[in-house]
Design a binder for this molecule. Structure first.
Ligand code: 13P
Length: 246
């Protein structure tokens, strides 16, 4: 399966920094890489990134409303994202689950809203440190994925899944390739039970992935790419991870 390297800029960037980062990426990615590449940017910069990015880079948002339109102040719906050429929408990132109290059911509805507009949701699942230490990792990620399967039925084969252990995000602590693979294989089995198209679902790893650890993570059987935070803000680091995925 073709790997996907997606950058999650989170709440970082400004017009001039985005310009410089995209120029460096566009220059290096003039020839389409062997893996898929995307950048998931803050909503106000979608138009800027749409106009500046190389054709080999896909555009992503970091969230999407569960509603199609209407009186939802502050929210951005999938049809609006579509207007700006958005291909991917991250849903259920742990920072949204944690700081915005997003439930498994809401995350599943957001995935459905994205799919309804032909946008691929990148559904994030992952356990906290306390949950891992309590031996609850499998139970937590399976519960999070089950909600998305329940709401989306056979369309589950159209999502991208991302395993992001919360304790590895922005901490410099990465899951070892074996730890990550063991959770990825659990998720793969759960997808397999839900759809006969499970082989097409990419399962990304996210959490302190960087130029140094990318190759060993990406070499695992069920790791089909990466969702990159901090390292996606530096062109050289992001490009090294892309190189490791080819
Ligand atoms: P870091 O790569 O900064 O740990 O962030 C990972 C992440 O949350 C990507 O969505």
């Amino acid at each position: 399966m073709k790997k996907l390297i997606a950058g999650n800029w989170k709440m970082n960037g400004n017009l001039s920094a985005n310009h410089a980062l995209l120029a460096a990426l566009a220059d290096a990615l003039r020839v389409k890489p062997a893996c898929d590449v995307a950048v998931c940017v803050p909503a106000p910069y979608l138009a800027q990134v749409q106009s500046l990015k190389a054709a080999s880079i896909d555009l992503g948002s970091q969230d999407v409303s569960a509603h199609p339109s209407g009186a939802y102040t502050g929210e951005v719906c999938a049809a609006m994202l579509k207007d700006f050429g958005v291909r991917y929408a991250i849903v259920g990132h742990s920072e949204r689950r944690q700081y915005h109290a997003e439930s498994d059911a809401l995350v599943a509805d957001k995935a459905k809203a994205a799919l309804a507009e032909g946008i691929t949701p990148i559904v994030c699942v992952g356990e906290t440190l306390a949950e891992r230490q309590a031996g609850r990792t499998e139970e937590v990620v399976k519960r999070q994925l089950a909600a998305v399967i329940h709401t989306n039925g056979h369309c589950i084969s159209e999502i991208v899944l991302a395993y992001e252990p919360v304790w590895a995000i922005g901490t410099g602590k990465t899951a070892s390739p074996e730890e990550a693979q063991s959770v990825h294989s659990v998720l793969r089995a759960q997808l397999k039970a839900a759809t006969d198209q499970s082989a097409r679902v990419k399962i990304l790893y996210g959490g302190s992935m960087n130029a140094a650890n990318a190759s060993s993570l990406l070499a695992q059987a069920d790791i089909d790419g990466g969702l990159i935070g901090g390292a996606s803000l530096k062109a050289a680091d992001f490009l090294s991870i892309i190189a490791a995925a080819q």
